[in-house]
Structures are given as C-alpha cells and as structure tokens.
Write a protein that binds this ligand. Structure first.
Ligand SMILES: CSCCC(=O)C(=O)COP(=O)(O)O
Ligand SMILES: [Zn+2]
Length: 205
C-alpha cells in the first residue's frame, strides 16, 4: 500500500465510525503501521468525520515525529498505539473509538474484566470455542495517557488478552489487527456485542 492508500483508508474508516456515532467530534484515533515499523496516526484534536490527508502524523519506530504538517500534534493517545505495536508485532492497524455503549458496559462490572456473552459474533474476533467464556480486559482511565499505556504493557506482558481488544473505563474501546479492514471489522463486532449487552440489561436478561 502507498502512503496515500493508507491515509485514504483511515479517512474513510473515520468517516464511517463518525456516522455510527463512535467518533463524534474529535473523539477517537486511528493508526496504521508501515513495513518499516513507522506508523501514521490521526493528529490530535481533528474532527474525525472530516479528516483530510494533512491530518495525520507519522511516528518513527523510535517514537519520534517523522512527518507532519506544520502545527500538528500526534494524537494524545499515541502512547497506547505504540505499546500495542510493541506488544503485538503482527499488528498493522490500531483503532480507538468512543461509543455510548462502550462507556455503559465499562460500568457493568467493578473489576478489570468484562465477561462477554457466548455469541456467534465472537468467531469474528477469533474465538472458535463451543459456548466460549471470554472476557474483555478493562483499564482505568487515567488523566495521564502514559500511565494507561504502562498498565496495558505490564498486564498484557504477563497475561495476553483473549481477543485483540481492550476497554478503557468511561472512555472507549481499542482494537488491533493485521490489516485495516480487519481492525474495522473488529470495531464493528465489539460494538455489536456492547449493544447486545446494553439491550440485554434493559430487557432484564
Ligand atoms: C473528546 S476526545 C478526548 C480525547 C480522546 O480520548 C481521544 O480519543 C481523541 O484524542 P486525540 O488527541 O487523538 O484527538
Ligand atoms: Zn480516546
């Protein structure tokens, strides 16, 4: 893929997520990793429904800004993307969105794991067991993003997640995948599961 194609894909995906209500205003951030280990990430504070090609910053494998339009800052949550790419060398895309449902389900439990219902949809996230008992890791939403990133690194180094996703309480979901298309599917699947959980609770199930 050329740089242009990567950015076109991220712009289209952000617009799609914006129209779902998952990247309202400036919420969320998307990144894609290139074969040289650098990655393109959305610049901080841009309206995610109307991104253009100059709204991205390229971060080197060492974590420095490598390419940017004047006046841009990388996403405030770049440290989380960096830690995901470090932990999961096969990942080439990392997407983070804020939905109402993600925030609601993050309060359904007090602990640091959200049990997921044994839905067929889990197969789309790589879970192929009969009646799976799968959980989604939850992290606290610290003001200092670096602290969230450190906690992700410490926890996943000891206990790898069962699915390529993590939830930050009262904040949003992050997924990672081996292609931009797969990361987009993962966001859609996880958001479906969140809607199911909210609907099930409303229905008293
Ligand atoms: C209203 S969004 C608050 C910051 C945030 O959580 C986010 O995902 C967007 O931050 P960025 O710096 O990537 O624009
Ligand atoms: Zn966020």
């Amino acid at each position: 893929m050329t740089n242009d194609k990567y950015l076109t894909e991220l712009i289209a995906t952000a617009r799609h997520f914006y129209h779902q209500g998952w990247m309202v205003g400036t919420a969320g951030n998307l990144s894609v990793r290139l074969p040289d280990g650098s990655f393109w990430i959305t610049a901080s504070g841009r309206s995610k429904g109307e991104l253009c090609k100059s709204d991205f910053v390229r971060i080197s494998p060492q974590g420095k800004v490598e390419q940017s339009s004047p006046g841009l800052k990388p996403s405030a949550e770049t440290a989380i993307h960096q830690v995901i790419y470090r932990l999961f060398p096969e990942a080439t895309s990392c997407y983070h969105v804020h939905s109402v449902e993600a925030n609601l389900v993050s309060r359904f439990v007090q602990g640091d794991c959200l049990p997921l219902p044994p839905l067929e949809m889990l197969k789309g996230l790589g879970v192929w067991e009969e009646n799976p008992k799968c959980t989604l890791p939850i992290f606290a939403n610290h003001l200092q993003v670096a602290r969230i990133a450190t906690e992700i690194e410490e926890r996943f180094t000891k206990t790898p997640p069962e699915i390529p996703a993590l939830l930050i309480r009262d904040h949003g979901i992050t997924v990672w995948a081996t292609s931009p298309e797969t990361a987009r599917n993962y966001i859609e699947l996880v958001e479906y599961i969140f809607r199911y959980l909210v609907a099930a609770r409303c229905a008293g199930i």
